[in-house]
Ligand binder design. Structure first.
Ligand code: ZN
Length: 205
């Protein structure tokens, strides 16, 4: 297989990218100068060395201080009584950008597909339970906010997590809430604007 075909195959693995777009990337790269290509390959090879997964919230962060905990999990001014569960890092980033939320996060790493037989293999279910148990013990956790996409897979994930957490929530009197209405159907949380997110968080149910 030649380089173009190999690269086409690799780019096609990116989310939302098909073979045709993948080819466009390659022709775009071919028009750039060597400096651009070298910088790109250098940064790609550094990525995994510099960016690690936070021990607590499981999001990716640039590890500049040699700590396994990200700046948000380590921030003493954030509200430890609230834990917001999101699907992906992009959702976390959009909510954080809105400035509408002061609590802590947990990144599930995906959604539970409809009729999935092994949901715990699709998302960080066990890790979520472990983090919640620790937070109940050490951090006075009171409420878990499920902030998922407004689509069938998002709803399926919500049902699964609610069931997963029902016993622990009952035992420790934890409130489990979901985002309020106002988010359009079909939307993923990386897209709504700050005002919409603020209202959805404020009016959570
Ligand atoms: Zn963290």
């Amino acid at each position: 297989m030649n380089t173009i075909n190999k690269l086409t195959e690799l780019f096609s693995k990116f989310p939302g990218i098909g073979p045709r777009q993948s080819k466009r990337f390659i022709y775009f790269l071919l028009t750039r100068n060597n400096g651009f290509l070298e910088e790109l390959s250098r940064l790609i090879s550094q990525l995994k060395k510099e960016v690690i997964v936070c021990d607590e919230c499981k999001r990716f962060f640039a590890n500049s201080s040699n700590s396994n905990i990200c700046n948000i999990c380590g921030d003493k001014n954030r509200d430890n009584e609230l834990l917001m569960v999101v699907e992906r890092d992009a959702d976390f980033e959009n909510i954080e950008r809105s400035g509408a939320y002061e609590g802590k996060y947990f990144v599930l790493g995906g959604r539970v597909p409809i009729l999935e037989k092994n949901p715990e293999q699709k998302i960080r279910a066990r890790e979520l339970v472990a983090v919640i148990n620790t937070r109940i013990k050490n951090k006075n956790l009171k409420e878990i906010i499920l902030a998922f996409s407004v689509n069938p897979e998002g709803e399926n994930t919500e049902h699964y997590i609610k069931k997963l957490l029902s016993a622990i929530a009952e035992k420790h009197l934890l409130k489990i809430s979901i985002l309020g209405r106002g988010l359009s159907t079909g939307i993923e949380l990386e897209y709504p604007d700050s005002e919409t997110l603020k209202n959805a968080i404020k009016n959570r149910i």
